[in-house]
Design a protein around this ligand. Structure first.
Ligand code: ATP
Ligand code: MG
Length: 652
C-alpha cells in the first residue's frame, strides 16, 4: 500500500434491494438509467442539450451546449436566454398546476399558510416591480437575511425575475457574518424582517442588520423590512422601508427579463467547515437545469406529493431543494419556520403526520439529534405517508442510517444519501430510489452525466477497491460553480490547481468498492496519519456511533512522538446512557473500536461532551476540535460556528 493513499477500514456489508413496488412507479427505472448513462458518456453535448431543451423554457434557444474554450471557466448553453422565475412560476399557469399549492408553510406557533402557484406568481411579480421601482437592475446584488417564511422565497424569485443576483444569508448568522457578505458582494439592497421565531424566542434580524450596516465599509441604499413579529424596530428614514408599504403601492405586473444562461443567479457562501467561507457563484441556466433534474430523479417527485426539505433557504440545500428544483417541477413544497424540537422532540413527526408528507429530506445532524432523544417520539406519530427519505450534509454513519431506515421509514422507504456541495449546485453521487440497491453509509453511484473518480497524491486513478484518495470530477456539468465571487484566483487554487486543472477537486476523501459504490471518508484536511496508516474520520466515528451508548462522535488527530498522530475521539452519549461510569465506558469504547475495525484505529483518548462544535448548518467542525485536542489556542475563522459555548467548555 502506498503511503499516499487513505485506508478503508469500515466493514459495512448490509445491502437493501430496491422495493419492487417503488421501482414500478419510479420516475427513472433501470433501463432509462442505463440509457442516460451511456448517452452522457458517448455524446455529452447531445445528452445535456436534449435535457435542457426538454425541461426548461427558453426565451432564446441555445445552439452551443458547452463552451470549454476558457476551461476551467466552463460556460453552458451560453448563447441562450431564459428567465428563472418564468421557469418556476409562469410556465405552470396554463396547466392545472396553476391552482395547486406551491408552498404550504407552518410557523413555529402552528399557523399554516398555503400559496398556490398563481398566488406565488402574483406576489413575486409584485415584489419584483417593487425592486425595479427602487432602481435595482440586471446584475445588482441583493442580500436576503430572512426567517423561513414564504416571503424569503418571494424575494429570491423576484430577484431572479429582474436579473438581480441574490445572496441569501442564513437568518441564524450574526451581524458580523452578514456584514462580511454585504461587503464582499457590494449589495445595493438588503431584505430582512423585524424578526423571526426560533425555539419560542424572537431572533432580532432587523437589529442585527442595523449592526451589520453600521460596521460595514459598504453602504446599502435601502433596507426592506418584512413585518413578521411586530416587535418594535428602528427604521432609518430614507433608507429603511416596510415591505407592506411598498407592496401596497406596487404594480401587480412585472415583465420577466430574459437573461443569458450564464448570467449569475446567485452568490452563496459555503458552510465554513474547513475554513473561511467562499462566495460561490451559480449560473441561471445550468444551475436551474441541474437542480430540476436531480429533484425529479432523486426525489422521484409526483404531482400529488407533499415534499419537505428541512434545510433553511440560507444553505445551498434550501436554494436547490426548497426553491428552484421543486418549483421548476411544479411540486408542492412544505416549509417550516422554527426549531426541530419545539415545543417538543415530536415536532418534525407531528408535521409529517399532519401534512401527510411523502418525501422527507434532512441532515445527519438532525437524524443523530433525534435518535439521541429516543424512539418513543417518532413512534407516537403516524408516519405512513412517507415513501422516500433523504439525507445530506455530512457522511451518515451506518447506525444512524439504520435508525432512519427502521424507525422513521419503517423499512419501506428508500434512503437517498445525497453527496454534493455548495459548489456542485445539485446532487452528484446519490442512489436513484427506483434503481439503486442501498448500502448504509454509502452515497452509492454517480448520477447520469456525472463522472467522479478517485485519485492519489500524484493524480493517478486509484483502481483498488480498498484504498481511498481524492474525490474528483473528471468532466464539467451544468450545475457546477462558475467562480468564487470576485476571486478567480481562489476558484483555480481551491478547486483545480492541485492536479493542474485536469479535475475538479472536491476536497473530500473517498473510496470506491467493488460494486462501484462511493464511500465518503471525510475531508481531505481531516485525514489522520497513525503509524504510517492514513485513516479517514468517518470510519472510526461510525464504529463509535455503532455502540449503543453513543449518539455522535468526532475524531481528530494530535501529534504523537511514536505514532505520528494519536487518535482523539469526542463522544456524545445517548440520553439513556448519561450518568454511567465514564472511565469504564471510555475503556469499553476504545476496545469496541479496536474490535470493530482493528487495533490501528483504537482511540488513544476519549473525551465525553454534551455537544460537538458545529457550523450553523449542523456540520461538525473538526478543525476546532483538532486545535482543542492539541491544546492550541483557536485563531481560526469561527464566523459560522453555531455553539461557541461548546468550544469554551471543551477548552477547559
Ligand atoms: P467549507 O467548504 O466552507 O469548508 P462545507 O464544505 O461544509 O464548507 P457545504 O458546501 O455546505 O460546505 O458542504 C459540502 C460538504 O459536505 C461536502 O464536501 C462533504 O464533505 C459534505 N457532505 C455533503 N453531503 C454529504 C454526504 N451525503 N455524504 C458525505 N459527506 C457529505
Ligand atoms: Mg466545502
Amino acid at each position: 500500500m502506498s503511503g499516499t493513499q487513505i485506508e478503508s477500514i469500515l466493514t459495512e456489508a448490509r445491502t437493501f434491494p430496491v422495493p419492487e413496488e417503488f421501482a414500478r412507479q419510479a420516475n427513472m427505472d433501470q433501463a432509462q438509467y442505463e440509457a442516460l448513462c451511456r448517452q452522457a458518456a458517448e455524446n455529452p453535448a447531445e445528452f445535456w442539450g436534449k435535457l435542457a431543451r426538454d425541461h426548461l423554457h427558453w426565451d432564446k434557444p441555445f445552439n452551443q451546449v458547452l463552451d470549454d474554450s476558457q476551461a476551467p471557466f466552463y460556460k453552458w448553453f451560453s448563447d441562450g436566454e431564459l428567465n428563472v422565475s418564468v421557469n418556476c412560476l409562469d410556465r405552470h399557469l396554463d396547466s392545472p398546476t396553476r391552482n395547486k399549492a406551491a408552498i404550504i408553510w407552518e410557523s413555529e406557533q402552528g399557523e399554516v399558510v398555503t400559496l398556490t402557484y398563481a398566488q406565488l406568481h402574483r406576489e413575486v411579480s409584485r415584489f419584483a416591480a417593487t425592486l425595479q421601482d427602487l432602481g435595482i437592475h440586471l446584475g445588482d446584488r441583493v442580500a436576503i437575511y430572512m426567517p423561513m417564511v414564504p416571503e424569503a422565497v418571494i424575494a429570491m424569485l423576484a430577484c431572479a425575475r429582474i436579473g438581480a443576483i441574490h445572496t441569501v444569508v442564513f437568518g441564524g448568522f450574526s451581524a458580523e457574518a452578514l456584514k462580511d457578505r454585504i461587503e464582499d458582494t457590494q449589495a445595493r439592497l438588503l431584505i430582512t424582517a423585524d424578526g423571526g421565531y426560533r425555539a419560542g424566542k424572537v431572533v432580532p434580524l432587523k437589529h442585527n442588520a442595523d449592526q451589520a450596516l453600521s460596521r460595514s465599509s459598504h453602504a446599502v441604499e435601502h433596507m426592506i423590512v418584512f413585518q413578521r413579529t411586530g416587535e418594535e424596530v428602528n427604521m432609518q428614514s430614507g433608507r429603511d422601508l416596510w415591505w407592506h408599504d411598498l407592496a401596497a403601492k406596487a404594480q401587480v405586473d412585472c415583465a420577466p427579463l430574459a437573461v443569458n444562461a450564464e448570467h449569475p443567479l446567485l452568490i452563496l457562501y459555503t458552510s465554513g467547515s474547513t475554513g473561511k467561507p467562499k462566495g460561490i457563484v451559480h449560473s441561471s441556466g445550468g444551475y436551474l437545469l441541474w437542480s430540476l433534474l436531480t429533484t425529479h430523479w432523486v426525489f422521484d417527485l409526483k404531482p400529488t406529493d407533499v415534499y419537505w426539505c428541512t434545510a433553511d433557504i440560507g444553505w445551498i440545500t434550501g436554494h436547490s431543494y426548497v426553491v428552484y428544483g421543486p418549483l421548476a417541477l411544479g411540486a408542492t413544497v412544505f416549509m417550516y419556520e422554527g426549531a426541530p424540537t419545539y415545543p417538543d422532540a415530536g415536532r418534525f413527526w407531528d408535521m409529517i403526520e399532519h401534512h401527510r408528507v411523502n418525501v422527507f429530506y434532512t441532515a445527519p445532524t438532525a437524524i443523530r439529534a433525534l435518535m439521541k432523544l429516543g424512539d418513543e417520539w417518532p413512534n407516537r406519530y403516524d408516519l405512513s405517508s412517507l415513501r422516500l427519505l433523504g439525507t445530506v450534509g455530512e457522511p451518515i454513519n451506518p447506525e444512524a442510517w439504520m435508525w432512519y431506515y427502521k424507525v422513521i421509514g419503517k423499512e419501506r422507504c428508500p434512503i437517498a444519501d445525497t453527496w454534493w456541495q455548495t459548489e456542485t449546485g445539485g446532487h452528484m453521487i446519490s442512489p436513484l430510489p427506483g434503481v439503486t440497491p442501498l448500502k448504509p453509509g454509502s452515497c452509492t453511484r454517480p448520477l447520469p452525466g456525472i463522472f467522479p473518480d478517485i485519485v492519489d497524491e500524484e493524480g493517478e486513478i486509484i483502481q483498488s477497491t480498498e484504498a481511498g484518495g481524492y474525490l474528483v470530477m473528471t468532466r464539467p456539468w451544468p450545475g457546477m460553480l462558475r467562480t468564487v465571487w470576485g476571486d478567480e484566483a481562489r476558484y483555480i487554487e481551491n478547486y483545480w490547481a492541485k492536479f493542474n486543472n485536469r479535475f475538479y477537486v472536491a476536497g473530500d476523501s473517498a473510496h470506491r468498492d467493488m460494486d462501484g459504490y462511493y464511500w465518503i471518508m471525510g475531508r481531505i484536511d481531516d485525514v489522520l496519519n497513525v503509524s504510517g496508516h492514513r485513516l479517514g474520520t468517518m470510519e472510526i466515528e461510525s464504529a463509535l456511533v455503532a455502540h449503543p451508548a453513543v449518539a455522535e462522535a468526532a475524531v481528530v488527530g494530535r501529534p504523537h512522538e511514536i505514532k505520528g498522530e494519536a487518535i482523539c475521539a469526542f463522544v456524545v452519549l445517548r440520553q439513556s446512557h448519561a450518568g454511567e461510569d465514564m472511565d469504564a465506558l471510555a475503556q469499553t469504547l476504545r476496545a469496541h473500536v479496536a474490535d470493530a475495525i482493528g487495533p490501528i484505529a483504537r482511540p488513544d483518548e476519549i473525551r465525553f461532551t454534551d455537544n460537538l462544535p458545529k457550523t450553523r448548518s449542523g456540520k461538525i467542525m473538526r478543525r476546532l476540535l483538532r486545535a482543542i485536542a492539541r491544546g492550541e489556542e483557536i485563531t481560526q475563522d469561527t464566523s459560522t460556528l453555531e455553539n461557541e459555548e461548546t468550544v469554551r467548555q471543551l477548552e477547559r
